[in-house]
Ligand binder design. Structure first.
Ligand SMILES: [Zn+2]
Ligand SMILES: [Zn+2]
Length: 334
């Protein structure tokens, strides 16, 4: 008999599943990788074999041309890995294709969330609470000050700015994978069916979302439009383009950014954002702690973000927790 949970190890560059000799979201190339979702700090190219949902594999193929060695795992499907380990992919509610990975070995259950959120999102299925012994969670917004408002409220602010400035446009900076498509889908859900103009860097990912069954309505390219055509419309660009020369072709843009970090005024100021929209694809503090209570694991492992406050919360609530020193995970521009 080996010691409990000795088959799963947190190494600096990823979670190592020892008997199956595979890694979850490794930050360097390995022979066998299980990947939670397509964001760059979790999904990297160059692995021998990559197991992920078909949507995540399609996103990785678009970004890194990693078709070789791709092994799709549908939500709810259980795969037998080497060494008596099984892996199941469960919706994480973060972006299209995002999954928690449930690993089981010798009667022990470990869930790795990757990034997740609990709010409804029209672009992906909702997070499913999965009971387990070890719950490996992110903590991007792991401070009590982070409470994300309802998205309807933030979308309402955007539409109001548009209505108040019919001769201008509202330029929304949004992460190219997930956030951009969610903002567009939420605008559509709020009854905004006007054309939405895209920075060229968003086009392929938006088209891929549509191919994978997420309708985004009338999308047009900024490059194909005149200034006058874009007056009174929403324009979406990557955050890096917000203060770029590129935006000079737009009609009097009001700069907005959709990010959980917009809760912090200084971050909005740093980016010259006039209209901060607090829209995040990560769990906020209340969701992080409520999720731990619902999952009710024997022990929580915290991967990346602000682990101190979440560790302290566990202590106060007589729950076991440890912070993992993983490298290569970054704050997504989320
Ligand atoms: Zn992510
Ligand atoms: Zn992440």
């Amino acid at each position: 008999m080996s010691a409990p949970f000795s088959w799963i190890r947190a190494e600096p560059h990823g979670i190592h599943v020892v008997p199956a000799d595979c890694w979850v979201d490794p930050s360097r190339p390995v022979d066998r990788a299980l990947v939670t979702h397509g964001h760059a700090d979790h999904a990297r190219g160059g692995h021998g074999q990559t197991v992920a949902t078909p949507e995540t594999l399609a996103i990785m193929d678009l970004r890194y041309n990693t078709r070789e060695g791709a092994l799709p795992a549908q939500y709810g499907e259980t795969l037998a890995l080497a060494g008596g380990v099984t892996a199941s992919f469960i919706p994480a509610g973060h972006v299209l294709g995002s999954a928690q990975i449930l690993l089981e070995h010798a009667g022990e259950r470990v869930v790795i969330t990757g990034d997740y959120k609990r709010r409804p999102d029209p672009t992906c299925p909702p997070f499913e609470v999965t009971p387990c012994d070890i719950f490996i969670t992110e903590a991007t917004f792991g401070l009590p000050l982070f409470t994300h408002p309802p998205i309807e409220q933030e979308i309402g602010k955007l539409l109001q700015a548009l209505a108040d400035h019919p001769d201008a446009c509202v330029l929304v900076g949004a992460y190219a994978l997930g956030k951009a498509q969610r903002v567009i889908a939420e605008l559509r859900a709020a009854g905004h069916h006007q054309p939405i103009y895209l920075h060229g860097a968003m086009e392929r990912m938006c088209r891929l979302y549509e191919e994978l069954g997420v309708p985004l309505g009338d999308l047009r390219l900024v490059a194909d439009a005149t200034k006058d055509q874009m007056r009174g419309h929403v324009v979406v660009c990557p955050p890096s383009a917000l203060n770029d020369r590129w935006s000079r072709r737009l009609p009097d843009p009001i700069t907005a950014m959709a990010s959980g970090w917009m809760r912090v005024r200084q971050r909005a100021r740093q980016r010259n954002v006039e209209l901060p929209l607090i829209i995040s694809d990560h769990a906020d503090w209340g969701e992080l702690t409520a999720t731990v209570e619902e999952v009710n694991p024997y022990e929580t492992w915290i991967t990346h973000g602000r682990e101190e406050a979440l560790l302290r919360w566990h202590e106060l609530h007589q729950r076991r927790a440890r912070a993992l020193a993983l490298v290569g995970y970054e704050d997504e521009d989320d």
